[in-house]
Design a binder for this molecule. Sequence first.
Ligand SMILES: Cc1cc2nc3c(=O)[nH]c(=O)nc-3n(C[C@H](O)[C@H](O)[C@H](O)COP(=O)(O)O)c2cc1C
Length: 210
Amino acid sequence: MDVSSAILKRTSIRRWKPVPVEKEKIEKVLEAGRRAPSWGNTQPWRFIVIQDKAKIEDIAKASGGQPHIGSAPVVIVCCGSINDFSRKLHREALKQLRDTGVMDWTDEFLDNVVLQSDVFAPYRLGEPVMTVKASEQIMIAVAYMTLEAVNQGLGTCWVGAISPRDVHKVMNLPDSLFVHALLPLGYPGEAPKPRPRKDISKIVFWGKYE
Ligand SMILES: Cc1cc2nc3c(=O)[nH]c(=O)nc-3n(C[C@H](O)[C@H](O)[C@H](O)COP(=O)(O)O)c2cc1C
């Protein structure tokens, strides 16, 4: 399936066929997330794949009980690692990019200019900004995963209206991770029509905003 077809075919799926999803298909979806771009190639995402029915029900309960979580054969708990935006790990990611020829920065430029910049180095602005930055990157990966799911004949529903703290607790996660969203995944048990969108003239402006 080409990318345009996957984009047009994707809708949020909230009903599932009661059949398991093949591991290879789940892996293809996860690989799409892994290939997503990220700020300074920091890749602050962590994906925890849950297939155990009882655990999925616990996660659903901790997420306000949205039924399409509890009934899904697979739930991917999409988490962020704030530490990936620490000076040390951000530096490592940037150095790796530099070493593969993306930039021609010297170590001195990296340390004294890039990592001293409030624009380039979120760690300088503290944990809330690092969390927002990590969340931005996770969202790109989740978007990629939703499209690869379509390519695999699967459906997803991005679920952000959850209690991250409660899911964190149910999942027994370390403090270094935060829960960003859930991505229930399975064979669609419905084929919804595309949902409404704003007219293109309301959101796109050529040359100037008017
Ligand atoms: C960040 C984000 C959070 C969302 N949270 C939820 C949610 O908690 N529950 C839900 O059923 N759908 C959720 N959705 C799905 C949206 O409702 C859906 O994308 C929107 O209505 C457009 O429909 P479509 O995805 O079928 O095109 C979320 C989508 C995004 C991008």
